[in-house]
Design a protein around this ligand. Structure first.
Ligand code: MOS
Length: 705
């Protein structure tokens, strides 16, 4: 298998790079249907809860260039099987602010947007209920969490162990609502040919969108085609169907035109989901040497009135550290907010902020180095499932990271280093994310010329999947990169799940490897190892989770080391340098993987210092619904980041040995920043983001002496 070593692992340039740089890689908005495109714009509810009492579209209908106005009175009826906010324009009831109550189709986007202002809507509204609090009487336990995780887990006697512990921590951490903001806004272009629908769309997996369009419009599989070869970033909000795809298809059907709907940046804050805020109470009990006896992680978060989205926030606490007594719980409040969705390692990201902050607080209380504290609590087996781990090298990540970062000799006390006006500190946190894979199909056509066409409905949302999948395919087919033509991003291609949950490459790559093996076996058995003149096409199927997922606990791991500087006078926070070391299995493309891990860490800095959607509890809207006021870390906010990974592979998970890298990069990163902030200032900020005003909120706990 010498060719395997040749391509998988190499830092090959993106094969889609030249087309993207030249502007010849068409994104959804840039597709050319060969006819003039009509534009859609939406009227959105200004109340959170209530009913439309009057809706007069006549002002908009009379404007030159307006093609149609869709309202609940005239919009096509969608199937009653659609859930959440997908039955758009199907009733006069309002469930969240920003809900689409009418849509305008016009010859240009300018006309459509102007006409939106001419639609008159009146409501009978109730006061919005949008405040998440732990003392709400209506908190409830969902039946299951996202991705099938159990809602609660209880092992041993947590309260007894906490009461008996030599040292304990009891602290509550809060993370705010956050909104997905890929550079490319959600965009859907729809065209009907008779009873068949074609949609060019920005999403994380065409088959997911196809499923909901089929349901909504009652179509057979061959009556819908969703095409998304290039996607301008996606962090969860493009994983599932949202009202935008439904609206584009409805408008195209009504008008007989090709219709495009591109969300505005402001609309990204109401129509395509968000990350729930969290309130997390962490309790840790330990002996004087820092060995944990008890871990308790209780999570309160929100969902919407019309959907249940139960984020799996405390699940990393179930696997990261040993302790005989343990408890995790999740409770939800149903609020008058838009439906939350997945965003950048949903669950693990806010959950790891709480767990890894609490571990830092415990290290401080014990006077133990926080790296050492984590090493002392390394479990031998998965502490809740009671199965062995697969490859687990968290301790090596911590040790390697400490070495690369220059952790040795760090003063345990806070606020001990200054450089001019800057208070300087360092912090550490662990990272973890599950390793999984999902069912996928693949078709490979071998041609006598030596060329292979590899077809699978995977999607490249900017991660490098175009390139990494080609590398995997070329190795599996024992050929070179140039002999493989990869086709992805089209629901006409063999079925695959979307890019999400860090499962993309594991799922699609495994389907490709299985299919390639079958192809090579058939060539050997039937054609003496040669591709016949008429070629050979093989369809393959990878059924889903690895058998080892039942017998082993499979996860990626990492460790972040961060330096933080805080201006002693203004509270301004900078992150000049960081080191992250990962145990993420086989790294398929060293170049795109490094980019992805860099991006994940930057999102962690962004979460720690900037991102927060502020809701006005009186009026129920997100007041900072644009990038001028919803701050995302930019290049100027990021210093030197050192990314490294261990040379391990996880053959239990998939034949490539990879663990998935989409989400491990962000997990734990915000805690590392917050822990470094504490070390710099002596201030423990338990509610993100760490904005400059919080520096002035409390007096720092200064070291004794
Ligand atoms: Mo990722 S938040 O599972 O798209």
């Amino acid at each position: 298998m010498t060719t395997v070593d040749r391509l998988v692992g190499a830092g090959i340039n993106r094969i889609d790079g030249p087309a993207k740089v030249r502007g010849t890689a068409p994104y959804a908005y840039e597709q050319d249907p060969g006819e003039p495109i009509a534009h859609l714009a939406v009227v959105q509810s200004t109340v959170n809860r209530g009913r439309i009492t009057r809706l007069d579209p006549s002002g908009a209908e009379g404007m030159p260039g307006v093609v149609a106005v869709l309202t609940p009175a005239n919009a096509p009826r969608l199937s009653g099987d659609l859930a959440s906010d997908l039955p758009v324009l199907q009733s006069l009831d309002v469930h969240y602010q920003g809900q689409v109550v009418a849509a305008v189709v016009a010859e240009t986007s300018e006309i459509a947007k102007a006409a939106v202002g001419a639609v008159v809507v009146e409501y009978a509204a109730e006061a919005p209920d949008v405040g998440l609090r732990t003392d709400r009487p209506d908190l409830y336990a969902p039946e299951k969490l996202m991705a099938g995780f159990d809602t609660d887990s209880v092992i041993g006697d947590v309260d007894g162990a906490l009461a008996a512990a030599a040292v304990s921590i009891d602290a509550t951490y809060e993370t705010p609502t956050q909104h997905n903001n890929p550079i490319e806004m959600h965009t859907s272009m729809a065209r009907w040919d008779g009873d068949s629908l074609t949609m060019w769309d920005a999403n994380q997996g065409p088959h997911t969108i196809l499923r909901d369009l089929r349901t909504g419009f009652d179509l057979d599989a061959d009556q819908v085609r969703v095409i998304s070869p290039y996607v301008g970033g996606a962090f969860g909000s493009k994983a599932f169907t949202h009202p935008n795809q439904m609206l584009a298809a409805m408008a195209a059907r009504v008008t007989g035109r090709t219709v495009v709907f591109e969300l505005s940046r402001q609309q990204m804050f109401s129509l395509v989901g968000h990350r729930t805020p969290t309130i997390q109470r962490m309790r840790l009990g330990a002996d004087p040497e820092g060995r944990l006896s008890a871990i308790s992680h209780e999570v309160v978060e929100h969902t919407s009135r019309i959907s249940e989205f139960a984020e799996q926030t405390a699940t990393p606490t179930r696997v990261l550290y040993a302790a005989p007594h343990r408890r995790t719980t999740h409770r939800l409040a149903r609020l008058d907010v838009p439906p939350p969705t997945i965003m950048r390692a949903p669950g693990e990201t806010p959950g790891m902020f709480a767990l890894e902050s609490a571990m830092d607080e415990l290290a401080v209380a014990l006077g133990i180095d926080p790296v050492e504290l984590r090493i002392r609590n390394e479990p031998e087996r998965d502490p809740e499932r009671d199965v062995p781990f697969g490859e687990r090298h968290l301790v090596e990540c911590l040790r390697t990271g400490a070495e690369r970062f220059g952790w040795a000799g760090r003063d345990l006390r806070p606020r001990m280093r200054t450089e001019g006006r800057w208070l300087v500190g360092t912090g550490v946190a662990a990272a973890t994310y599950p390793t999984r894979r999902r069912r996928a199909q693949c078709r490979i056509a071998a041609e006598a010329s030596g060329r292979y066409v590899v077809e699978i409905d995977g999607s490249d949302i900017g991660t490098g999947a175009w390139t990494a999948l080609t590398q995997i395919a070329a190795d599996a087919l024992r050929t070179d990169l140039g002999s493989v033509e990869l086709r992805i991003g089209d629901s006409r291609l063999p079925f695959a799940g979307g890019a999400g949950g860090s499962t993309g490459l594991a799922s699609w790559g495994t389907a490709i490897v299985f299919t390639a093996r079958d192809l090579r076996r058939q060539l050997d058995e039937r054609y003496g190892g040669q591709v016949p003149d008429h070629g050979l096409t093989v369809d393959g199927e990878m059924p889903g989770e690895s058998p080892a997922a039942k017998t082993h606990s499979l996860h990626a791991y990492g460790a972040h080391f961060v330096e933080v500087r805080v201006d002693a006078d203004t509270g301004e926070v900078r992150v000049p340098r960081a080191t992250s070391v990962y145990d993420a299995g086989t790294i398929v493309n060293a170049k795109t993987a490094r980019s992805q891990l860099l991006g994940g860490f930057c999102m962690g800095v962004s979460m720690a210092l900037h991102e927060e959607s502020v809701i006005d509890e009186r009026y129920g809207h997100y007041v900072n619904h644009d990038l001028a006021e919803y701050h995302v870390a930019t290049n100027a906010d990021i210093g030197e980041i050192d990314i490294a990974w261990l040379d391990v592979d996880e053959q239990r998970a998939n034949p490539i040995g990879l663990k998935g890298i989409g989400e491990i990069g962000i997990t734990g990163a915000a805690a590392a920043v917050a822990n470094a902030y504490w070390h710099a200032t002596g201030l423990r900020i338990r509610d993100l983001p760490i904005t400059p005003d919080k520096y002035f909120r409390a007096e720092p706990a200064l070291p004794a002496g």
